[in-house]
Design a protein around this ligand. Structure first.
Ligand code: UD1
Length: 430
């Protein structure tokens, strides 16, 4: 087996244009939801990332036909699904595979799904998903790592989510879309991809109101029809390039974005000294300050500062003047990557859900690991601003959610490449 690494050299003054891909989290939810639509759909602006390939593999195993019909467009035909039990190894590598629970339940009245993996941020419970399914009349049980849901005739109900959960909101919405009567989801998540999924389902004939506010109402419909739908741009990929531009004192245009989705990120980047200008579907991010300023950040559900931007922000704050505090308000354990930044000279201490970052004058390149998807993006940003060379291992995590990050950063003038290391024994026997 060969292992791929990213090698990045200090590269200030990023210049040029970078185009953001379609949103990972929207795509994964929409691909799963097509199972409950039951008819062929064409999805455009699909990001070329490994999580999407994984979801396509899982769907194929269920009997869904998937064809590329354009560079970033796929045709998904779920008519010949022949399984309601998705117990494949692939499921364990991706959190979003649990959307198949609601999608299969809605279409076939039952589903069994292997418990998902994804990034390790500590406990990732599913009690709110279960609450949603039960409110619609389903019976749920988890045995030996497999969750099963069953209900021959789903009926609309009222669900109050005890915690704001993207996954539970989406699973309940999908389960409710063809249930009899009306479902009300209170304290719903408002993330852009929740809204994108609702828009997709409405394009297919669903009757969903309120996505993007706290209370979502789903009036069940008898059937749905296939549609062509374009995925929204990825908020987190855009935010990552924004943070990179500020950290590396760049001046770049980021295209294919929805500026409204970037407000909390822009607010914090302005606080540290970045300049951000919004256009209709692009944003210019520059920074001409010699010294960047500290700031405090607390991650929260949308429209708060996204937890998926927390590691990238910590990488930036590690070279800001003064002491910053970052509080993780969503996940109990999302600072595992700090040890990698410390290896590069960052001064960060962690106490529970809070990281205290004492800004240093510079970071120093060394060998580091990408411990999860966004942590990988954080070490890439750190690599841009660190003296010398940074060599990043385990980049499969980064490839899960960033389309061609090496090509995109190279276009912005970054000295970066992906290298494949062939193990020694292979060289000797070749
Ligand atoms: C989604 C995103 C992930 C992002 C997260 C928060 C996808 C594929 N992933 O994850 O990138 O970091 O939203 O914005 O869209 N919780 C419960 N019980 C539940 C479900 C969740 O207590 O049944 C808690 C979790 O432990 C966590 C919080 O709710 O503390 C948020 O989780 P949730 O919004 O469900 O995250 P995901 O949908 O898994």
């Amino acid at each position: 087996m060969s292992s791929k690494k990213i090698v990045v050299n200090k590269s200030l003054n990023l210049r040029g244009t970078v185009k953001v891909a379609g949103a990972k989290n929207s795509t994964l939810a929409i691909l799963a939801a097509i199972v409950c639509v039951g008819e062929p759909c064409i999805i455009e602006n699909v990001p070329d990332i490994s999580d999407v390939s994984l979801m396509c593999r899982i769907l194929s195993k269920l009997g869904v036909e998937i064809d590329m019909v354009g560079k970033n467009s796929i045709k998904v035909d779920p008519r010949n699904i022949n399984l309601t039990c998705a117990n494949f190894d692939e499921m364990r590598h991706m959190r979003a595979s649990y959307y198949l629970l609601s999608a299969l339940l809605s279409r076939f009245g039952e589903a069994s799904v292997a418990m998902p993996g994804g990034c390790d941020f500590g406990l990732r419970p599913m009690d709110q998903h279960v609450k949603g399914f039960e409110a619609l009349g389903a019976e749920c049980e988890t045995v030996g790592g497999i969750t099963s849901v069953k209900c021959k005739h789903l009926k609309g109900g009222r669900v109050y989510l005890d915690v704001i959960s993207v996954g539970a909101t989406i699973n309940t919405m999908i389960a409710a879309v063809r249930a009899e009567g009306t479902t009300i989801i209170e304290n719903a998540a408002k993330e852009p991809h929740v809204v994108d999924l609702a828009n997709f389902l409405n394009t297919c004939g669903a009757d969903i109101h309120g996505a993007g506010i706290d209370v979502i109402t789903v009036n069940g419909v008898k059937s749905l029809k296939g549609a062509t739908y374009q995925i929204i741009p990825d908020q987190i990929e855009a935010g990552t390039y924004m943070a990179a531009s500020v950290a590396a004192r760049g001046n770049i245009l980021i295209t294919n974005v929805i500026p409204k989705h970037l407000e909390s990120i822009s607010a914090k980047l302005r606080e540290v000294g970045g300049e951000i200008e919004y256009f209709e579907d692009s944003v210019r991010v520059s920074c001409s300050q010699k010294k960047l300023r500290r700031c405090n950040v607390k991650t929260m559900p949308y429209p708060g500062f996204p937890t998926d931007m927390q590691p990238q922000m910590v990488a930036l704050l590690s070279i800001c003047d003064g002491t910053s505090m970052v509080t993780e308000g969503v996940w109990e354990s999302r600072f595992r990557y700090i040890s990698e930044l410390r290896r590069m000279g960052a001064k960060v201490s962690v106490d529970g859900r809070m990281a205290v970052i004492e800004g240093v004058r510079e970071l120093v390149g060394t060998n580091v690991k990408s411990v999860d998807l966004r942590a990988g993006a954080a070490v890439v940003i750190a690599g841009l601003i660190a003296e010398g060379t940074t060599c990043i291992e385990n980049i499969n995590h980064i490839e899960r959610g960033y389309e061609d990050i090496v090509g995109k950063l190279s276009n912005l003038g970054v000295d970066i490449k992906a290298v494949t290391e062939v193990p020694r024994e292979k060289v000797l026997t070749a």
